[in-house]
Design a protein around this ligand. Sequence first.
Ligand SMILES: Cc1cc2nc3c(=O)[nH]c(=O)nc-3n(C[C@H](O)[C@H](O)[C@H](O)COP(=O)(O)OP(=O)(O)OC[C@H]3O[C@@H](n4cnc5c(N)ncnc54)[C@H](O)[C@@H]3O)c2cc1C
Length: 606
Amino acid sequence: MHRRRLLGRMLAIPVLAKLAGLSTSQGTAQGARLQTRLRPADSGWPAEDHWEALNRAVGGRLIKVQSPLATCVRDASSMECEQLFQSLKNPYFLGDEVALTQSLGWVDAWTSSPSVFAVAARSAADVVATVNFARTHGLRLLVKGGGHSYQGTSNAPDSLLIWTRGMNAITLHDAFVGASCAGHSDPQQAVTIEPGAIWGQVYQAVTTRAGHYVQGGGCLTVGVAGLVQSGGFGSFSKAFGTAAASLLEAEVVTADGTLRTVNACIDPELFWALKGGGGGSLGVVTRLTLRTHPLPPFLGATFLSIKAASDAAFRRLIGRIVGFYAETLFNPSWGEQIGFRPDNVLVVAMVHQGLSQQQAEATWRPFLAWIAATTEDYTLLSKPLIVSVPAQDFWNPAVLASLPGLVLADARQGASPGNIYYAANVGEAGQVLHAYRSLWLPASLLRPEQREGFADALFAASRHWPVTLHVNKGLAGGEAEAIAAAKETATNPAILDAFALLISAAQGAPAYPGVRGREPDLANARRHAGAVRRAVGEVERLVFRRGSYLAESDFFEPAWQQAFWGSNYPRLLAVKAKYDPDGLFIVHHGVGSERWSADGFTRLGI
Ligand SMILES: Cc1cc2nc3c(=O)[nH]c(=O)nc-3n(C[C@H](O)[C@H](O)[C@H](O)COP(=O)(O)OP(=O)(O)OC[C@H]3O[C@@H](n4cnc5c(N)ncnc54)[C@H](O)[C@@H]3O)c2cc1C
């Protein structure tokens, strides 16, 4: 169905362009502003002296982008290529490379492609100059921060890129009041972050060094601006809410080149839209100020891996963990993941906040006792690990590195010792996605009368492919304050009633089209995509209205406007029409993108 729609869209492009008197490959700069974006082969593409002028305006930070993968396309067996493929497993290497993204692509969806030019922005002025240049010359403009978009929305061939990696300053405030907000809001503890910072850097500054809590994401190498605009869930979102809901103020360059400070008191609609409306669609964020919180005394984690001896025993185990979650863990203390695998293994990788070691152990005791009482049915694949640490240590690289197998370090020579990442994320570095689907699950599924049906569906899903409940990515059961703050964001209101986001995904090792011996495995990928679709489908039939987290979702999501934003979409479209009427900022399945061709180069007549 979605493929047919995409095909229809693609076929419509030349027809519409012809009707508009334009050639898709030969647009003029004047026409381009209205109908299409220019490519390097087009006659209106900026001349050398224009690029030089931009380079001067941005302090010499214009880069002619070359992909390191070109070496491998030329000679896949070279030593250089071998080394590159090793480096592609290092998220810090990927993040520091202007031509690359964290995922190398998604089979049948997109392939990571370098821009023609990039501005390695260091200031809002660099961003303003680049936005004005792209708009004036009719170029396709993109923004990249951490580069973690699964949807491939921070890369596009033939484009100009604003790369914010170098903008990563972090400043703490004891009593922040937004511009023009004096008298309207009380001073708050807060942190101002430049958009290219990654969460690992933020946690080290805010928690490890300053002893405060800020709501960010789970993965340490995700970018701040991308995550906040996505909505942004972290391990403890049931307690502290979404990252978007923590936003107190942002600085943003809109399509007209204006640098705006926006908050609840100035440009409140744009401010609201930035809180979950999706990155790359509304402007370029150059600064964010997020509320911070006092740290709870402890943060911690629980890891369990249990194998059932038979399908029937696994189904019973699923029923047991669903009931245990509903009665014991469905509250602001607990977050992260419970996974169900086709080989009848239950994987618990959960985190907790506010609980001491004794309290966390006591929480799990009844469940572990039940497992221990039925050894003929269940085997613990490793010793259960339940750990609480003083909260200030939770993201401390030295403490994390002392726990066996938890984190890996950036192996590059001279890398900062703070450059660590969770070992669990290594599979995602340089991956080629085969499939990714997510589904918000209403808390009603946890009601006693619905639990058996829900456990049946999870079991049926696990026959096709691993599925995981991310219980921190739904706010039901969370703190009232977190839920109230989320209502003031553009994120799909489905998160208010959802107790979890169900995720199922498949990916392959780093691969790239045209690199001999390292091409993506298309047949395997398509088989996996079918299995993921069937797995999520088993649970989907229990859900009345499909909602999906835009940052962790299917590239081919058919009704994406409804799935990502629900009833908030019309309001988001109105903001888009006001601040970016000509569609300078277009990304796949971003707000207003339905009016553009799939490649983001041509405006459709709708
Ligand atoms: C390994 C991994 C783990 C993840 N874990 C989590 C998680 O725990 N919680 C969660 O909520 N999400 C998670 N995500 C999803 C992630 O939050 C989103 O993909 C997010 O958009 C990534 O931001 P980025 O800056 O790293 O990515 P990018 O690819 O650089 O940017 C993502 C989008 O935001 C836009 N953007 C970036 N910077 C700006 C800016 N300054 N102004 C305007 N637009 C901008 C880009 O154009 C792009 O459209 C994860 C993703 C990965 C790959």
